[in-house]
Write a protein of this length. Structure first.
Length: 318
């Protein structure tokens, strides 16, 4: 097996921390009988995709390549999109970003276990569903509407103040709440008209937001769909009917805890087709996309995801 570690340097407030991790990786693999590993740095969004393709070309024929996304949800998204469709690939996550939402499916107190290089290198991988949309893939969640707009505003703040959220983790949830409140002032988003088909059934109408979950947690500590699991072949889909700014603000705390207000419709879906005359603001695992129409579907067992300590999706909380 070839082990490829792809770092996002922006996930580390201190350069010395990243250097310590790379040293730990090197020390571990050099003690192995047949060390076959590589440490790479992703310098810009989607850089990991090209890195992975190059690393695959230098692997042995039919050799399994295990790709480790070192950082947060952003580098995990890039590595996921680099391996989907390639044979003999496995995906692992080493959590050092401001959010590592997908790993919380194994238990909210288990995330730190995934920093153990030796345990990850020897762990087994689980068949894992992904969300396919356009030419991209997400492993955890996809939202359209008010929640996506909140992420857009958060990203804008982060670009103006690089590194601030990494240094002060408590700011992430505070900024998300502020951004969500600001998004509620956008009338077009709160009352956007959509043409929606879910598994050939029409759900067209006005919605403030659409939340499509492959895993139970997102946004740091939120769980609008706590029963979502990445190995059930289903996308847990929430359609949020408009309540206006005040009404939406009132129900959001329970919504983020999975206590669905009466204006929410929960649907277990395999394929969605969504269109709108206004641009769709799409958030997928923290990444932002814009479109006017999109097809979203589950791809069962599309990747093999590495789980340490014998953890399985069936043991997740909730």
């Amino acid at each position: 097996m070839k082990h490829v570690f792809v770092f996002n340097p922006k996930s580390f407030a201190e350069k010395t921390q990243m250097e310590y991790i790379t040293d730990t990786i090197g020390q571990f693999f050099r003690k192995q009988e047949k060390p076959h590993f590589s440490i790479q740095i992703s310098h810009f969004p989607r850089d990991a995709i090209g890195i992975i393709k190059r690393e695959v070309t230098t692997s042995d024929e039919n050799e399994t390549v295990r790709v480790y996304a070192v950082g947060g949800d952003g580098i995990l998204f890039d590595c996921l999109n680099g391996i989907v469709g390639l044979p003999n690939m496995e995906l692992a996550a080493i959590p050092y970003g401001k959010t590592n939402d997908f790993l919380r499916v194994f238990g909210t107190d288990k995330t730190q276990l995934f920093r153990d290089i030796g345990a990850l290198a020897s762990a087994k991988a689980l068949p894992t569903d992904v969300i396919a949309f356009g030419n991209n893939y997400a492993i955890n969640t996809l939202t359209i509407g008010m929640e996506s707009l909140a992420v857009v505003k958060m990203n804008s703040f982060s670009r103006k103040h690089p590194g601030l959220l990494n240094r002060f983790n408590f700011l992430y949830n505070l900024l998300f709440n502020i951004s969500s409140t600001i998004a509620l002032l956008d009338h077009d988003i709160l009352f956007q008209q959509y043409r929606i088909t879910i598994d050939n059934i029409d759900f067209s109408g006005e919605y403030s937001g659409i939340n499509i979950a492959n895993g139970p947690y997102y946004g740091g500590n939120k769980s609008a769909s706590p029963m979502a699991r990445p190995d059930d072949g289903i996308l847990h889909t929430l359609l949020f009917k408009p309540l206006g700014a005040v009404g939406t603000l009132f129900v959001l705390p329970n919504y983020f805890k999975g206590k669905h207000p009466s204006n929410c419709k929960l649907i277990q879906a395999k394929k969605l087709e969504i269109r709108s005359e206004l641009p769709l603001q799409i958030q997928a695992d923290g990444e932002i996309f814009f479109d006017t129409n999109i097809t979203i579907e589950v791809k069962p067992a599309a990747v093999q995801f590495v789980a340490v300590d014998g953890l399985t999706y069936g043991k997740a909380e909730g």
